[in-house]
Design a protein around this ligand. Structure first.
Ligand code: TXA
Ligand code: MG
Length: 316
């Protein structure tokens, strides 16, 4: 019997908000699909989302907010963004915006990109949960990677039941497909994913054509491809067993002679939570000119960590 599905009540939403505040995972309903939520500012909680979903790579995650003002704390907001937000939010439309916040705690949620991805959902339970949590809630769809997105609490329980602390049962999602995602980081508006808001409605509102990223090499395409542009400026050597001259050495597990250790106990969730901030520290360190990193096992979150560091070490 499933014991972690909770009916909607003020008490249960408050309880879920406490789980979020304490670094746990809550699956919650939105109008599109159920999300697997965590505190956006808690990298360990964010890492456990990737672990629960079994994602082989760090995709940037959508942060869900309940007030437009919150956007301004971490994203570049101009007239166009505000107009779109006022018209289409709350609702199934997600913006990719330039990130203005330099808080390393956000790096994992943003997959190390200098963009932040945000939406305000329309479902009352989602809005209440975000308000009670007091932080944006980062949430991908609450299903295992490569499986169909969940539109009922039971779908979530079947896919991730034992991996989440609480599932809030808000009934069937009314929209049933994921949000539309648009990139607003340049003067063009680029569609990254078709979804709950029709492109025609966006074009009519904006009075401009929306570009489709798919297959166009000059436009941002999948985040996987984008990531290779975000390599550190220092030369980066992976699978290193010891430090060589001039290297800042990031260890993993039982490694003594290192500048920072992703996880001394070999915990991959802890390692994922530290990865982006440690790479930043290493890259900005003035006393070294190169970075080296210990091997990380190719299992669990190690797949996503290795995917990211291989891209970072990639030489054009
Ligand atoms: O309706 C939705 O959007 C649901 C509910 C829970 O809000 N969420 C959802 O999240 O579908 P997720 O993580 O399953 O899908 C978001 C997609 C991912 O494929 C991610 O790679 C892409 O959006 N994405 C997010 N930020 C991006 C960025 N900065 N650039 C390119 N792609 C991005
Ligand atoms: Mg998904």
């Amino acid at each position: 019997m499933m014991t972690n599905i909770y009916q909607i009540s003020d008490e249960n939403i408050s309880k879920a908000a406490d789980v979020i505040k304490n670094g746990g995972l809550v699956a919650f309903p939105t109008e599109t699909v159920y999300g697997l939520g965590a505190n956006v500012y808690n990298p360990k909680a964010v890492a456990s989302i990737y672990a629960a979903k079994g994602r082989p790579a760090f995709n940037p995650l959508i942060s869900h907010i309940a007030e437009i003002d919150f956007l301004k704390t971490y994203a570049a907001v101009d007239e166009r963004v505000l107009a779109l937000a006022k018209h289409f939010w709350p609702g199934p439309l997600t913006f990719v915006l330039k990130r203005i916040d330099d808080n390393p705690a956000l790096d994992l949620a943003c997959a190390g990109l200098r963009t932040v991805t945000v939406r305000m959902p329309r479902h009352k339970v989602a809005l209440d949960l975000i308000k009670k949590s007091g932080v944006p809630i980062v949430a991908p769809s609450a299903n295992k990677s490569q499986t169909i997105s969940p539109t009922t609490a039971m779908h979530v329980a079947d896919s991730l039941g034992d991996k989440v602390d609480m599932i809030l049962d808000g009934g069937q999602c009314t929209v049933g497909v994921e949000s539309t995602i648009i990139d607003l980081t340049s003067k063009d508006v680029v569609l990254l994913r078709a979804g709950g808001v029709a492109v025609e409605d966006l074009e009519a509102f904006l009075g401009q054509k929306i570009l489709i990223s798919h297959g166009n090499p000059n436009l941002p395409t999948s985040p996987g491809q984008m990531l290779k542009h975000y390599a550190p400026s220092h030369e980066f050597r992976i699978n290193a067993h010891c430090r060589e001259d001039g290297e800042f050495f990031i260890g993993f597990g039982d490694v003594k002679d290192c500048d920072l250790n992703l996880s001394e106990s070999g915990d991959l969730i802890e390692a994922a939570a530290n990865l982006f901030s440690y790479m930043r520290i290493a890259d900005s360190d003035k006393t070294h000119t190169k970075i080296a990193m210990s091997p990380v096992p190719e299992k669990g979150l190690g797949l996503a960590i290795n995917d990211r560091i291989r891209r970072a070490a990639y030489k054009k």
